[in-house]
Each structure stands twice: as structure tokens, then as C-alpha cells.
Design a protein around this ligand. Structure first.
Ligand SMILES: *[C@@H]1O[C@H](CO)[C@@H](O)[C@H](O)[C@H]1NC(C)=O
Ligand SMILES: *[C@@H]1O[C@H](CO)[C@@H](O)[C@H](O)[C@H]1NC(C)=O
Ligand SMILES: *[C@@H]1O[C@H](CO)[C@@H](O)[C@H](O)[C@H]1NC(C)=O
Ligand SMILES: *[C@@H]1O[C@H](CO)[C@@H](O)[C@H](O)[C@H]1NC(C)=O
Length: 228
């Protein structure tokens, strides 16, 4: 399948990835977690628009990762005419138990923004090119009702497509989405915000490197976004 030209493109792309990931390792100061970086971008955009900065709640971040997993890697289900979204009951029935979020501390979700693309991009690109492609998403992001935020990113089966999800709530940050024992259940693949852990959004490539997946990713960058 991979012609020699395609192979050299693949190699160039992989080298670029390698350089990017080595560069990322040198920046120890910034939390090495794309979900936390996305929260920082959301907050800087909010404050630039005179909206308050939001608390980064790890319980809500973990729910955002569960929200992504509910799509089972199906990018097509995110947007378009066949768009689906998880039932609200899933939060209490599935997402919270999987995260160890105490059911009694679940608070209203006041906004959700979800995007999907076949290749992995950096959080700033995910924000500008995927999550805020539609103006409706920005209205959700700037809404002053929110008090806290949780974000997540995950690939599927060790490769693309990559899903980005931001959940907003108006809960009280000290008492909403509380984790049993105060500790976030870290699950891989995927990264979520607020848990002070290092995480690589492109995790899985090293375990299950599929040249063809990467190749398709370069040329077929599909993106969907919904704001609810
Ligand atoms: C959002 O924030 C990023 C990074 O701070 C900035 O580059 C971008 O212009 C902002 N976008 C909007 C719509 O404010
Ligand atoms: C902000 O979000 C709340 C809760 O989802 C919604 O009721 C309200 O209409 C939104 N406000 C704006 C200005 O979009
Ligand atoms: C989206 O927002 C931009 C800037 O605020 C505006 O120029 C553009 O017309 C808007 N697009 C739609 C479809 O509303
Ligand atoms: C909530 O958290 C803040 C900062 O961590 C703390 O100063 C405050 O006392 C807490 N409030 C309650 C009601 O626990």
C-alpha cells in the first residue's frame, strides 16, 4: 500500500513527531498533559473575553474521558446528520462509577464541546481548528454560568481518531465531582485534566504503531464539533 514516496512521507512525519515529543519533554514547567494545556487555553480565552477563569476539576476531567470512550472511536457519531450523544443517565450509571466520582456529588453539566479528528494535533490547534470551528462552541466556552471545567483527549486502539472533550459545570469546585478517597482513577489510553499527572495524548503509538493509520491521518483530517 505504502509507495516509496508515501513511505518517505511517513518517515518525515514520524521524525517530526519524534522531534516534537522530545521537545515536549524539555518543557518540564508546563504540566505535561494535553488536557491540562487545553484547560489553560480555555481559561486564557475566557479571561480575554471577560469571563472568569474556571476551576480545573479532576472528577469532571475524568468524566470527560469517559464521555469520549462512549463514542468507541466512532468519529462519525460526533457530528453531522448521524450525530449521537451519550444519554444524560450515563453520567450517573457509567461514567461516575468508572471514575470513582461519588454519585451524590454529581453537579449539572452546563456545557459540552466535543471534537474529533483522525490525526493528533497539539492542544492549541485542537482548540482553534477542531473545538471552536463552530461559533456555537465559543458561546458555550464563554458562558458565565460555568464555574468549573474538565477536559480530556484520547485516541482509539493505539491510534487515531483522536477525540477532544471539554465539559463545563456550575457546581461548587470543593464539593462537586468528588473522587472516592480523593484520588483520580487514572486510566489509559487517554488523558484528563486536573489530576496533576503527566500524560501523552499520542500514547499508544509506541505500543501499536501502524504506519497506514499514520499515513491516512496525514491526508484525511476530518473534524467534527458539537456544542450542547
Ligand atoms: C484563544 O487563546 C489562544 C491562546 O491564548 C489565542 O491564540 C487565540 O487567539 C484565542 N482565541 C480566541 C477566539 O480568543
Ligand atoms: C449559559 O449556559 C446556561 C446553562 O447551560 C444556559 O441556560 C444559558 O442560556 C447560557 N447562556 C448563554 C448566554 O448562552
Ligand atoms: C463567527 O464569528 C465570527 C467572529 O465573531 C464572525 O465573523 C462570523 O460571521 C461568525 N460566523 C457565523 C456562521 O456566525
Ligand atoms: C474550598 O477550597 C478553597 C481553596 O482550596 C478553600 O480556601 C476553601 O476554604 C474551601 N471551601 C470549603 C467550603 O471547603
Amino acid at each position: 500500500m505504502c509507495s516509496s514516496m508515501a513511505t518517505s512521507l511517513c518517515i518525515t512525519f514520524l521524525c517530526t513527531l519524534f522531534i516534537c515529543s522530545s521537545a515536549a519533554h524539555d518543557e518540564k514547567k508546563v504540566t505535561n498533559n494535553p488536557a491540562d494545556e487545553l484547560v489553560a487555553i480555555v481559561n486564557s480565552n475566557r479571561t480575554a473575553h471577560k469571563a472568569a477563569s474556571l476551576d480545573n476539576n479532576p472528577g469532571l476531567g475524568c468524566l470527560a474521558l469517559q464521555y469520549i470512550k462512549a463514542y468507541q472511536g466512532k468519529c462519525d457519531d460526533v457530528g453531522g446528520s448521524n450525530a449521537k450523544k451519550p444519554a444524560d443517565s450515563e453520567f450517573a450509571e457509567t461514567f461516575a462509577p468508572n471514575c470513582g466520582v461519588e454519585a451524590t456529588t454529581l453537579s449539572p453539566i452546563t456545557g459540552r464541546v466535543l471534537g474529533c479528528q483522525s490525526k493528533y494535533v497539539t492542544p492549541d490547534k485542537a482548540f482553534t481548528e477542531i473545538l471552536t470551528m463552530k461559533n456555537r462552541s465559543l458561546n458555550i466556552i464563554y458562558n458565565t454560568t460555568h464555574t468549573e471545567v474538565g477536559a480530556a483527549v484520547s485516541g482509539s486502539d493505539g491510534g487515531g481518531p483522536y477525540f477532544w472533550c471539554v465539559l463545563f459545570s456550575n457546581g461548587k469546585s470543593n464539593s462537586s465531582f468528588q473522587l472516592e478517597g480523593g484520588v483520580a482513577k487514572i486510566t489509559r489510553p487517554g488523558c484528563f485534566s486536573g489530576a496533576n499527572d503527566e500524560c501523552s495524548g499520542a500514547d499508544g503509538w509506541s505500543q501499536n504503531l501502524n504506519i497506514l493509520t499514520v499515513f491516512v491521518g496525514v491526508f484525511a483530517a476530518i473534524a467534527y464539533t458539537i456544542g450542547v
